[in-house]
Ligand binder design. Structure first.
Ligand code: ATP
Length: 360
């Protein structure tokens, strides 16, 4: 187990700041995901931790020791790549044992260690195959076993599941977490797939344009995004523009309809705010059924997603998206139908975006 610290790390490619003053701690045994859109600097950060890339400024420490100038093979880190990067002419056993052979382990110890790893990644019995005789998911298991063979202190994974199909991705995702928990190995995992990051990690680090926007446990990132970028990037968000009608009671007007919003209490009458809603926070009811804090809307379209459906609703001149789990007996909403959209009173109220933008 090892603690990784990153201090004041910056890296430019030409004039482009791929990483800009990154500070991050990954605790012993912790699983941290670097999550961000393409080009946000995730891979560059991982490669600097691994030692494949040098920073322009700043340092990487493992258990308090600076390793920035230590070559990758001496850092006690194991790396798994999106492309598996297996040796095509070596068997599964030889791929897994490769790093041990390079380290001059005795043959019998290599045999034992490879057997342990084959078992750990669920490939016992396939040790004599060549990589091309394995499925993509199995090849990635071999790559994971190879990275873990020398018992590294830190495991680094760069989009390891993105070349695999959805079902295998789900299975391997669970496997990776099971193995990481069993070994208690400090892990940094790069992904642009938010569901993967939320499902796997102790902590998610959201990156954008070479900076850390927010770092925290998955639920905190989802429920309490710290910046507007995180609010938009994680999950689906709705923003409805509202005007404060009576600040003392939090009464707000959305186009021509009114709702009560606790967070609007104390706001100036006539000011504009943005009501922020996650799709799953809104309830739909048949018109006439609803009681409190509901807006009259009209169904725009319904997208079938298997267990859920995603429904776009027009409310006055604005629109919002609502997610619904398909339960027996739920109404089947059809485009054009009127609907009552129930807004939670405690829904977050944000500063009006147009005000923020015009101030910039
Ligand atoms: P992706 O998910 O697409 O891999 P990322 O978040 O991992 O994206 P990086 O690969 O770290 O992002 O790249 C960050 C930025 O630095 C990008 O704009 C990229 O084009 C640039 N970059 C990365 N490596 C190099 C390089 N060797 N030379 C020039 N520019 C580079």
């Amino acid at each position: 187990m090892a603690h990784v610290s990153i201090r004041h790390l910056s890296r430019r490619f030409g004039s482009y700041p791929a990483l800009d003053q990154i500070n991050l701690d990954v605790n012993s045994g912790e699983f941290v995901s670097l999550l961000g859109p393409s080009g946000s600097g995730k891979t560059t950060l991982l490669r600097i931790i691994a030692g494949f890339e040098m920073p322009d400024m700043g340092d990487v420490y493992v258990d308090g020791r600076p390793v920035t100038r230590v070559p990758p093979q001496k850092r006690q880190m194991g790396m798994v790549f999106q492309s598996y990067a297996l040796f095509p002419n070596l068997t599964v056993r030889d791929n897994i044992g490769f790093g041990l052979k390079v380290r001059h382990w005795p043959a019998d110890q290599i045999q034992r260690r490879v057997d342990e790893l084959l078992e750990l990644v669920g490939l016992s019995g396939k040790g004599h195959r060549l990589p091309r005789q394995l499925s993509g998911g199995e090849q990635q298991r071999v790559a994971l076993a190879r990275a873990l063979a020398p018992s590294p202190a830190v495991l680094l994974l760069d989009e390891p599941l993105s070349a695999l199909d959805a079902q295998i991705r789900m299975t391997l995702r669970r496997e990776i977490r099971r193995i990481q928990e069993a070994l208690q190995i400090t892990t940094v995992y790069v992904t642009h797939d938010q569901e993967e990051a939320l499902a796997l990690s102790d902590r998610v680090v959201v990156m954008h344009q070479g900076r850390i926007e927010q770092a925290g446990p998955p639920m905190a990132i989802y429920d309490h995004p710290a910046t507007d970028f995180v609010r938009r990037f994680i999950g689906t968000s709705n923003r409805l523009k509202a005007t404060v009608v009576a600040g003392d009671i939090g009464l707000c007007r959305i186009d021509s309809q009114v709702v009560h919003l606790t967070e609007a209490i104390g706001r100036m009458e006539g000011s504009t705010v943005d009501l922020w809603l996650r799709p799953e926070h809104v309830r739909l009811e048949a018109v006439g059924m609803s009681r409190d804090n509901a807006l009259l809307g009209r169904i725009d379209d319904v997208v079938f997603l298997g267990a859920r459906r995603s429904i776009r609703i027009r409310v006055g001149l604005q629109s919002l998206v609502v997610d619904q789990v398909r339960l027996p007996g739920e109404p089947v909403w059809a485009p054009g139908e009127p609907v009552s959209v129930v807004i939670p009173r405690h829904a977050p109220v944000l500063e009006d975006e147009t005000t923020v933008t015009s101030r910039k």
